[in-house]
Write a protein that binds this ligand. Sequence first.
Ligand code: AP5
Length: 244
Amino acid sequence: MGSTSLNLEDVPSDSLTTELLRRMKCATQPDKRLILIGPPGSGKGTQSPMIKDEYCLCHLATGDMLRAAFAAKTPLGVKAKEAMDKGELVSDELVVGIIDEAMKKPSCRKGFVLDGFPRTVGQAQMLDEMLEKQGVKIDKVLDFAIDDAILEERITGRWIHPASGRSYHTKFAPPKAPGVDDVTGEPLIQRKDDTVAVLRSRLEAFHKQTRPVIDYYWKKGIVAKLHADKSPKEVKDEVQKVLS
Ligand code: AP5
């Protein structure tokens, strides 16, 4: 055992038991490979943690990965930042590369929830090629259908805890104390691209480049349309119905 390895004797018994029970439950779950598609603020990031936990999948959110890459000042993150701040898409090659790498993580062995990827038909085709090599395919695409008019309030009221990705909303999902994360007590921040002006570009990119991806999967008969304008609880119920 290397000096940086975790010593199980130091892990509290209740944590070990919780993890053991989780693994036992997961062993009986079928593999699932899911894609969540929807415009900015449609609730993909809100529903992902529930889906990931319920079906024992990994959650791969390209937006979060790119922001983490920028925070770590990697060349990839620095390259992506300019397009992200303008609400434009970063290049297909860049995001396909990070997804290809991320899918190799042990936490993805029972499948994954892709959140914010693929966003162009080119990315969808490259993903299909990647999965074909592994002899697997996408099981379901969840289309977070919602009218653009609702999204401005959702996006401009969003506050996030950068370290965990936990997301709050001043009106729809307020933290227990204003401006701080419920779990850690650390300060919440607003994303630089969560402004009315940048939202306009993000929506334009969604309609021009990402809507065709829904048609791409529609032809394969694997799209389930959700009413993403409903409350988080109602959307969660719809997701569970579609995936059960
Ligand atoms: P990314 O980080 O993926 O952002 P996005 O797709 O614009 O999605 P959001 O995170 O804004 O929205 P969400 O649907 O997760 O909403 P949430 O659940 O938080 O991408 C950012 C940028 O990275 C892109 O613009 C691009 O530049 C780049 N990028 C990323 N992937 C790329 C790719 N594949 N190719 C190229 N470029 C890429 O909800 C929003 C708010 O609403 C929250 O405050 C929440 O509390 C609230 N809320 C959620 N659900 C409900 C509900 N049902 N009712 C009321 N309020 C709700």
